[in-house]
Design a protein around this ligand. Structure first.
Ligand SMILES: [Zn+2]
Length: 436
């Protein structure tokens, strides 16, 4: 199990950005030395092993979780409320103007998609505020769906709806992937002063959730400290897909970061860029990520779906989404799929016959992620299934996986038990397993 933690330093400057680094041998050795010298650290280490890390269902990555997502959301609410209260007092909070309507229309559509990926987020207290500050280029989404965007981002960048959707999608991506709780955890682990208090508290509690002081310090750090490069890449991936499915152009992800870079160069500073360090070759990566999003974007543009108003609707009236029907993202099964290791074992022929048409439609539309998800979900061992997996993998750029599934399709096509044609399906649409 990988543990992501910040290097422990005694002269840690709370304002200097901590870098998420993978603990290597040397770091672990010095950590052990530190643990021997400081009993408080040792107490923390106990908590580390008890509640230290967990695999995130969105990303499949192991995260440091000293703070549970629930505590992070709870703490964020009080921090967010006092922050917005301050803006209100200074008359910096824009209410009831066309800019609110515009931002809310975009975020509602994004939330509609977010809850498909993480059904539990349907119960979040989603909110968005527009802050009247033309000098600041910034936007955020705290744990629990508490969002804000500064007018500086909209006006200085002359941002289009598509670009706003990319920023907010990226921010929602951070929240869905639990980056806030992770950041707070890293902050707690990195702050020596808080650490001692926490260790004392740990005598009575194995969880830091109740340690108000530690949480307050961490929440303060949330909006000021940078994300790591890994979390940035995760948020980019999630954001561009949420936006595409919500009907916003993936190409805007590239233009947005370009505008952001230009504005920062000419006008000095951007709060957003200081908390969102650029992963290597971000623009190239976003361009590549945008390609498989094309069909999703086109499909969303073609169908005008009624959108639920998440920001104004009451909790009880919200559409309910079953966790089992959530779209795959970076789940374990998805991870196996992209490595070419998916194994279809089931054999529910009637279910397959019913869904066969929709699989063919997804294939024709080039909706590769949906196609793969559906095939994995149906779990029917057939050459046609592997043919679809192969096409989906190829469409998404996983060449090696595509080859593996292609070979499996050819192999299964030889057997009466698993060949589509020999099972007398209504149609074996598109099946040409012998042609690579
Ligand atoms: Zn970010």
């Amino acid at each position: 199990m990988q543990i992501w933690l910040q290097k422990f330093t005694t002269n840690h400057d709370a304002l200097s950005p901590p870098e998420l680094t993978e603990a290597n041998g040397a770091d672990q050795a010095s950590l052990h030395m530190a643990l021997n010298r400081f009993p408080a650290l040792a107490a923390l280490a106990v908590v580390f092993t008890l509640t230290g890390c967990a695999t995130n269902s969105m990303t499949g990555r192991s995260q440091l979780v000293l703070v549970s997502e629930e505590s992070a959301s709870k703490q964020s609410v009080s921090y967010y409320n006092s922050m917005m209260g301050d803006f209100k007092k200074k008359e910096k909070l824009i209410v009831g103007s066309p800019i609110n309507t515009r931002v809310e229309a975009i975020t509602n559509k994004l939330i509609q998609q977010a809850v498909q990926y993480q059904p539990k987020s349907a119960s979040w207290a989603w909110q968005v505020n527009v802050i009247d500050d033309d000098k600041t280029i910034n936007a955020f989404c705290m744990p629990g769906g508490l969002m804000a965007i500064y007018t500086g981002l909209i006006n200085q960048l002359d941002a289009t709806d598509d670009e706003i959707a990319q920023v907010m999608g990226h921010e929602i991506g951070h929240a869905l992937a639990g980056h806030g709780a992770e950041k707070m955890s890293v902050q707690i682990a990195s702050n020596i002063a808080v650490l001692a208090i926490s260790a004392a508290a740990a005598k009575n509690s194995r969880d830091f959730s109740n340690n108000q002081l530690a949480l307050t310090v961490a929440a303060l750090a949330f909006v000021n400290l940078p994300n790591g490069r890994i979390t940035e890449t995760e948020a980019d991936k999630i954001g561009i897909e949420l936006a595409a499915r919500a009907g916003y152009d993936p190409a805007a992800a590239v233009s947005l970061w370009q505008k952001m870079a230009t504005a920062t160069k000419s006008k000095g500073r951007s709060d957003f860029l200081s908390t969102h360090p650029s992963p290597e070759r971000r623009q190239e990566t976003l361009l590549a990520l945008g390609k498989p999003m094309g069909p999703l974007y086109a499909a969303a543009k073609a169908t005008e779906r009624p959108s639920y108003d998440w920001l104004k609707g009451d909790y009880d009236s919200r559409p309910k989404i079953e966790a089992s029907s959530a779209q795959a993202f970076y789940s374990e099964s998805w991870d196996r799929f992209i490595k070419g290791e998916s194994q279809l074992k089931g054999g529910n022929m009637p279910a397959y016959l019913v869904k066969q048409g929709s699989l063919a439609d997804l294939y024709k539309a080039g909706s590769w992620r949906d196609l793969a998800s559906k095939v994995l979900d149906l779990d029917f061992e057939l050459d046609l299934s592997y043919f679809y997996l192969s096409k989906a993998a190829k469409g998404l750029g996983f060449e090696q996986a595509a080859e593996k599934y292609q070979l499996q399709a050819i192999e299964l096509g030889k057997s009466e038990k698993t060949a589509c044609a020999k099972k007398f399906m209504v149609s074996c649409s598109g099946l040409q397993p012998s042609t690579p």
